[in-house]
Design a protein around this ligand. Structure first.
Ligand SMILES: C[S@@+](CC[C@H](N)C(=O)[O-])C[C@H]1O[C@@H](n2cnc3c(N)ncnc32)[C@H](O)[C@@H]1O
Length: 213
């Protein structure tokens, strides 16, 4: 298991929500990101992509928030879901991601909505403790076409989690239960998401509609 991944995960989980500059430092220097998370069998982008494939046809328009190195698009491509554009704040990741998307663009979702609206907006691995809270909920709703769907992954402690306490609720602490921009329409059971230092982390997939639809 990579020591760099342990360091990066610890840094993420110990930081406050919505710290764009710190996130840029953490991810901009994580040179072995894909290698590390693949070694831990990172399943969040797999499950987010699977939700899209199960519920939409391949021509659906998708905006992928926090696209990182491009895993969601990479996983959708074999199913012909290529109408997908990627957004992130980490320019080093956007550079790696660009081969997988129609376009890649800098976007800080805490600061502004995506520059256009999509039928589906995806976000794998970023709505989590130490990453993003629900503060971008309006920007996400504004990035969806009427009737559009937002699909995200969130950590779950239902089966224990090395980095979050057993009574921690991300939806509560992250402000998702208090926001009024998005309405949840689907919540998966927890699935094993990342094996880290012998500890199995779990995540859930959640889907949301614009509250005003
Ligand atoms: C754990 S990685 C997830 C990457 C990819 N989606 C995946 O599942 O592997 C988190 C990503 O969130 C991005 N990020 C952090 N804060 C952000 C923000 N405010 N707006 C957009 N992206 C952000 C980081 O740059 C990083 O690429």
């Amino acid at each position: 298991m990579s020591e760099l991944m342990s360091k990066k995960l610890k840094e993420c989980y110990e930081s406050d929500f919505d710290d764009t500059e710190l996130s840029k430092k953490i991810f901009g220097t994580w040179t072995t990101y894909e290698e590390d998370i693949n070694a831990g069998q990172w399943l969040a982008p797999v499950k987010v992509a699977a939700y899209v494939q199960h519920n939409f046809n391949p021509d659906v328009s998708i905006g992928d928030i926090a696209c990182g190195t491009g895993l969601v698009a990479k996983l959708l491509k074999p199913g012909f879901y290529t109408n997908i554009e990627g957004y992130d704040i980490t320019v080093e990741f956007l550079e790696q991601a660009k081969e997988h998307y129609k376009s890649t663009t800098y976007n800080d979702i805490t600061a502004e909505a995506l520059p256009k609206q999509y039928e589906v907006v995806t976000a794998s691995g970023v709505f989590a403790p130490g990453h993003l809270s629900a503060s971008p909920s309006k920007n996400i709703a504004d990035s969806l076409l009427p009737g559009g769907t937002f699909v995200m992954s969130n950590p779950s402690n239902a089966h224990g989690h090395a980095l979050i306490p057993s009574d921690y609720s991300y939806l509560e602490t992250g402000g998702w239960n208090a926001q009024n921009d998005l309405t949840m329409i689907y919540e998966s059971d927890p699935y094993p998401s990342l094996l880290h230092n012998g500890h199995q982390h779990y995540h859930r997939v959640r889907a949301w509609k614009r509250a005003k639809d």
